[in-house]
Design a protein around this ligand. Structure first.
Ligand SMILES: [Zn+2]
Length: 235
């Protein structure tokens, strides 16, 4: 019976260690970090994709501006070569307008090329960011799988400990077990301790001679309570 309580304590300590290990898995911290990276990468991808849409809209606007000015210049040229305009001054004015329109057209076309280059750079950047995000995603999957495996192992071990504990519990007096459960939050792994005939092994201070004497001379072998530290003393 004495040994059964120590066995239970041993099993409880082992279960505590497993639960502590489960809530402090290093993969868990790595996973949190990878998920944070993934969120940051997605934010960046969204920003760049939005910028690329802006550039595409700008390019379309510039293309349409260039088209409008080009059409006007074409019409003026038709007028110029169609012989509709006779006066020298009017001809000069028309030629000047055509030159101005062609200049504006070429200005718009230059800006269209700039927008196309910018769009290409953003596409390259998006592809790079996508690759990085895919890499992070794979890291997340690997870590999640690893955590799943370790957690399943721990769960199996905890179930085994619970089974072993249930067997031992049947061997221990209900009142003693209740006392052990009550004291365990305070004393943890050293709630029930052995009395080695001269002192309580759990006592943080030397057990007074009177207490040693009292425990030595208690009748029978029932567990006692150390009056010094309050632990369950197994004799
Ligand atoms: Zn003690």
């Amino acid at each position: 019976m004495t040994n059964a309580l120590l066995d239970i304590q041993h099993l409880d300590v082992a279960a505590d260690q497993l639960r502590h290990r489960r809530s402090n898995l290093e993969q868990r911290a790595a996973l949190e970090q990878a998920l944070a990276e993934q969120r940051a990468e997605q934010t960046r991808i969204d920003e760049v994709a939005a910028a690329r849409v802006d550039v595409a809209n700008r390019q379309r606007r510039l293309e349409s501006e260039a088209q409008i000015v080009s059409s006007k210049a074409d019409a003026d040229e038709a007028k110029l070569y169609g012989g509709e305009v006779a006066g020298l001054r009017d001809l000069e004015a028309l030629q000047h307008e055509i030159a101005t329109l062609r200049e504006r057209q070429s200005g718009f076309e230059d800006q269209v090329l700039e927008a196309m280059e910018e769009s290409e750079e953003l596409s390259t950047l998006l592809a790079e960011l996508g690759d990085a995000s895919d890499g992070t995603g794979r890291r997340v999957s690997v870590l999640e799988a690893e955590i799943g495996v370790v957690e399943a192992e721990i769960e199996t071990e905890l179930e085994q400990l619970a089974t072993d504990r249930a067997i031992k519990v049947a061997e221990v007096d209900d009142a003693l077990l209740a006392e052990y459960e009550r004291l365990r939050p305070a004393f943890g792994a050293a709630t029930a301790v052995l009395f080695d005939r001269s002192k309580c092994l759990g006592c943080p201070s030397i057990m007074p001679a009177m207490e040693v004497d009292r425990l030595k001379h208690l009748d029978g072998t029932d567990p006692a309570s150390c009056s010094e530290c309050g632990r369950i003393v197994l004799r």
